[in-house]
Each structure stands twice: as C-alpha cells, then as structure tokens.
Ligand binder design. Sequence first.
Ligand code: GLC
Length: 792
Amino acid sequence: MKKKFETKYGYFTEDGKEFVITDYRTPRPWVNVISNSSYGLVVSQLNGGFSWIVHSNLNRLTRWEQDLIRDNWGKYIYLRDEESREFWSPTIKPVMKEVESYQCRHGIGYTFFQSYYKGIVVNFRLFVPFHHNLEIWTLRIKNKGNKQRQLSIFTYLEWCLGAAPDSHREFHKLFLETEFNDENQVLLARKRLWEVPSERGHWNTEWNQTAYLACSQSVDGFEGDKEAFIGRYQDLSCPLALERGELTGSQGKWNDSIGSLKKNIELAPGEEKIIYFYLGAEKNPEKIFSQIKKYRNPDNIESAFQEMKETWEFYLTATTVETPDEALNFMTNTWLKYQSISGRLWGRSAYYQQSGAFGFRDQLQDSQVYLYMQPDLTKKQILYHAKHQLKEGKVLHWWHPITDQGHDGNMSDDLLWLPFITIQYLKETGDWSILDEKLPFYDDPVSQTLFEHCVRAIDRVLNRFSDRGLPLILAGDWNDGLSAVGLEGKGESIWLAHFLYYILNEILPVLEQKNLSEKIVYYRQRADELKEAINEIGWDGNWFWRASKDSGELIGSHLNKAGKIFLNPQTWAVIANSTTKERQQKIMHEVESLLESEVGPTLFHPAYSSPDPEIGYLSRYAPGVRENGGVYIHAAVWLIWAECLLKRREAAYRIYRKICPIYNSQNPDCYCAEPYVTPGNIDGPDSPHYGRGGWTWYTGSAAWLFRITIDNLLGIRADYEGLIIDPCFPQDWKEVKIKRLFRGTNYFIKFISSGKSEAQVTEIFADGEKVDGNLIPVGSGKSKVEVIVRIR
Ligand code: GLC
C-alpha cells in the first residue's frame, strides 16, 4: 500500500480512509471523534480523551480536563510483566515509556493502536457499535519472543457521570458509587446527584444512567478507589497499583471513584490472546448484563464492527468524486462527511470544544451534508430546530438535548438559517410536503406549519431594521465575536443585509408555489429597498463596510485603523447578488489584495490589537487568532463559493488549496493541526504563529467545504427542476468524475474538458441523449444515469 501525503508524523493510506500516525509527538493532539449519535468518545494519538452518552457535557462518563499541551486525561491501559515487574502503556500514555514501535490509525468509526515492546505486540482497537451505547476495546496481545510470558493488563479511568467539567470534584465525588457485580464480572458506577434540575428542584435527582466497565473474561481484580490505585503523591505514570501488581477491590460510596480492572494472561512463545473490554452506560441497569453477555461473544463484536463500517460506507459512497487532486478527493469522499456527521452532528464534541448542545445555526448548516446521501436526515434536523423557535419568530441560539433548556442569545441571523436550509432541502428533494409539517413553538404548544415558522423568521428580521433601512446586528450575526456591537438595538449589519436579501429572493419560488401573491409583492419590495440601502449606505468607497456600532461608528471601513475590511460583506454581496457586477468584481479584487494570505483569506484586516468594548469579544482575542483577523475557515469557504459564482476558477481553486488541511499539514510543525479534518481557524499574518491551525473538528467549515466543492467547484448542484451543471474547476483538469445521488437516481457524471479558460459547458449527454441547456431534468425514474459533460 502506498503512503500518501506523508510527513514525519504520519500519512494517509492509499485509499485516504485512514490516517496513520507514526510519531506520537504530533504538534497537538491529533484526535478522532467516534460517535453513533447516542454514544461517543474522543480519542487522541496518545489515547487521551473521554466518553459520553447523548450529551458530551451533561452526560460524560469519564473525567477529562482540557489541556492540549499535556493531553494527560484518558482511559488508559497498562501492561505489566509479572516476572520483571516492569510495566508500560501500549498507547504510550500514561507511563510514557518509549516502546520499540508505535502506530495510531484513525479511521472512520474506529481508532487502532499498535505497539511493540520487549517481544510483546499489542494491537488495540477502539470502536462504538452503531446500535448500542458502549465502546469496545479489543486487545490482541502476542508474544513474539521465545520464552513464556506472564503478563497482566490493568485498565484505568476516572468516573465523571454527569456534567463536565466536574471542577467541584470534592463535592461531586461524594455522590459517586461503584459496585462490582461478581456474578456478571462487571464494575458498575452510579451517581446519586445530577446537575440537571428535576421537578423537585435543583440537585435532587440521580444521574439517569448506570455506567459500567467489564472484561470479556472473569477478572483478576478490580478497583473503585483512586487513592488505592495511584497512591498518595504518586501519579498515573507510576501508580501504586502497578508497582504492587494488585488491585485492592475497593468499592462503594466512600471513594474518589475510578474504574480499573485487572486481567492476567499467560503467553507461550508465538501465542496470541484477545481480551475485550467494554465501557458503556444504560438507563436500565438490567440491560447492562445482557449487553455484556452479547458482546462477550467475539462473533457479535466482529459483526457490530462490520455493521458500523457498512453504515459509514453508505454515508460515504452516495456522492463521491474523482479529480486530479487527490487531497480534494480524500477530503470530499471521506473526511469532510465524517467530520460533519460524527463530530458536529452526532458527537458535537472535540478536543477544542465540548458542546453537547445544538446550536440553532450550527447544526442546521451542518445538516446540509446529509442532502447528498440521505436528505431525510436534513429534514429531521430542520423540524427539530423549528421546534426551538419562539412564537414571535426568534429562536434559541442553542439548547441542550435532555433538558431542552437553552439560551436566547438575541443573535440577529440565527432564525434565517431555518428558511435557508429549508430552501436547500426543497431544491434537493422536491419534497414540498415538508412545508406543511406542523410543529409547536418553543413557547407555544399550538403547532404551525414549517412554512409559517420560516415566514415568522423572515418577518421578524424585517421588523428589526434601523431607520435608514438596514437590519440590526443585535448581539451578533453569524460572527458571534461581534457580541457588543448592537446591544442597544441601534447597530446595523451589512453582512446580514446581504444574507437577508438572499433569503428574500430565494423564498419567492416557495411563495409562488403557495400562491401568496401579496407576500411576493411585499418581499420583493422589501428586497428592492434593502438592495438600495446596502448599495447607498453600506458602500464604503471600495468595498462594503461590515457593521455600524450603536454609536453609529463604522466597523470594516477605510476610516478604521483596525478592521478596515471584512470578508463576509464582500463574499455575500456576490453570493446574494445584491450589488452590481462591477462592484462584485471590484470587491473581489480588494479581497484578493487586502485579505488573502498564504493560508487563505483572513476574516478581516488588520486585526484588533486591544479590546474594544463596543465591538465585543472578537477584539479581545490575541491579534490574528480566530475571529480576530484569523483565517476563519467557515467564512473562507464562502469565498470559494463567491469566486465560483464569478467564474474566477483559478482563484477558487487557489483558495481551496490554501485552506485544505492536507496541504497545510505538509508543513506540520507550523500548521500543528490534524491533516484530515478542517480546523475552525488558522492564525493570520497578525499572529506570530501565522499558519497555525486550531479548533479542529468542531467547526461548521466541514459541511460547507463539502457542499461548495460539489456544488460550485465541481459544479453539480441540486435545483427545483433538476441538477444544474456549472463547473468551475481548474483549467488543466482534463477529466473529472462525480457520482451524485439525487432524488433516488445515481448520476455518474464525467466532465471532459478541452482545457480552455472559459469553463463553458458545450454539450451534455444524459444516457446518450443530448440535454438542452445545463440542467439535467429530474424524473427519469432510473436508478442510474450516465452523464457526459464537455467543457470548452
Ligand atoms: C463559531 C460558532 C458559529 C459562528 C462562528 C463565527 O463557530 O459556533 O455559530 O457562526 O463561530 O463566529
């Protein structure tokens, strides 16, 4: 197998479906987020990380502290040689003894460690079955030497059982209890207090799950007490239990509760043994025993592993691409989908951020990824979010599953993502019935149709205008960091103005479908007025300014010292087509010369060097970091969209390459972040760490990059009537193939390009028949259609 995109830390496998880490000293933790939408875990290349059920913040099974430098909280494994008493960790941490060989492979739905030390090979696989709330650790241990070996395996984790971080551990530990069930050989863990309020008040309910840790065979010891395991003033690299070689069997309500099991194994020369461990949680404790019983049978483990792989295969293969750019292929075919689904939609967790909650705008945008494989799931997400709208039209900024409690952040844009994603869903599926789905409001049980929910969102924004006809920014508008610009209800947003203009136009076909002529006239008129205001008031001379403060002072204007020009109001002027073509060309030219850096466009320039209380926390970040003049990947992807709309094909692809993690990680000690997932941001030129990626996994950029790659760069886009063919890939790409699932038909599309600069489609044939224009109409009813597109 050929190694792809290899650096000193590792490489992609030839099919791009695994990243193999060969040196554990990666510049940051390189993690995997594995989830089945109910149970999940994060695991780093040193086996750091934690596990949760349903909610990574309210229902965490194991303790973990956010420390990306030390990465020293995990669910660990020790091996001990009973003769020499030497011990080590096959995943390096926590013992940190150098093994003779090490490898960590992060794959889709699993992570696999392999190590070799003094004649012992350990293969350790970690995965989560698709339909049960547990993780299974497979330890395959082989004696490569020529003498008999007596080994013991020790596991170690600390119970959290509820809200995290449990910073008040001395209080919370008082409610934890462990119990070893001898008959079933399982260590159970419960907590008699949960942070989630109940009907009978605060702190007056039990954690709603029972957690467990078990081994495939009867164990040779267990431990529920941290002090007994670690020893006083010792630590996990050299704990008392491993020195002693025994666990004490402590359990009950009086400890700082941990979970550890010990299993002895004897290995003849050349012999291999497989031991499994199970960590999980169930609401009904009875189910734990049946679950363990099932998975004590290795056949059931392997079939669960296969089922997990096949389910992922379905998500990954519905829409795929084959282009001359292998990095783009790897990202599009595998990792962006996996990141969006496993990380953002199901796990909602990572190393840089553990949310667990649903963000109104965040997971709606993420759910676009489902459109290309299973649009029903986008529908589910839309309907779920609609229920978190208040009857007056505004929405919760985020809310917690489990409690359904949330926060009304008074953001000015959140609510508009509801019609935005609904429109995308309609274009993808033609399923107009979604508009008639009836859903309650968060504060009103009387259900209204989704259509009504969408209209209330738009109308609400239309009612929040300044006197001069621009929408108010309030507590932020996609850019959460502009958190103080409009708190008094006077500051305005030009980005929001473009976004609203886009929605007002895009909603028209929906209104036509509903025959709402008065509403059409009204929205058209509001759109016209808005466009005029944007262009009259929002124009700064060479670009659009970003926002006005409550005081009236502008942000993103040539008059400013910091934050002179912002990216979003330029890109969205093109996306929304809310200004003239001349201005569109002009602002893109300004973006290129003032914002584009080596690692993509910065969110604005120059960065703020001191906090501005009238702007918000954006200005409080160090210069060049995240929203303060960093390259914010979510917004950078929108630049690719805008470049494609203007048919600036070389620019579009240039930006793609600049933000693509695979290319950036070719310089790993500068970039630092994982090569296989998008980062939330890369430090911009105003940071001394220019080029450093961060906030990986937990970013809306993944689903967006996937969408824009398919829809705009490669140019296969769903519309009401069919698939629009509108490529914008580089001139020297002679052939590109795409498999696109669309309304039940698999379209196998092949672009043949003559390499001229225009990227103009000359001919399209669908199953041998010439197609008029550049739209392949829906309705063939076939399961498969072959499409040939010729480009001049
Ligand atoms: C974070 C938020 C997202 C917001 C973005 C820009 O990623 O989750 O909702 O749009 O920051 O501030």
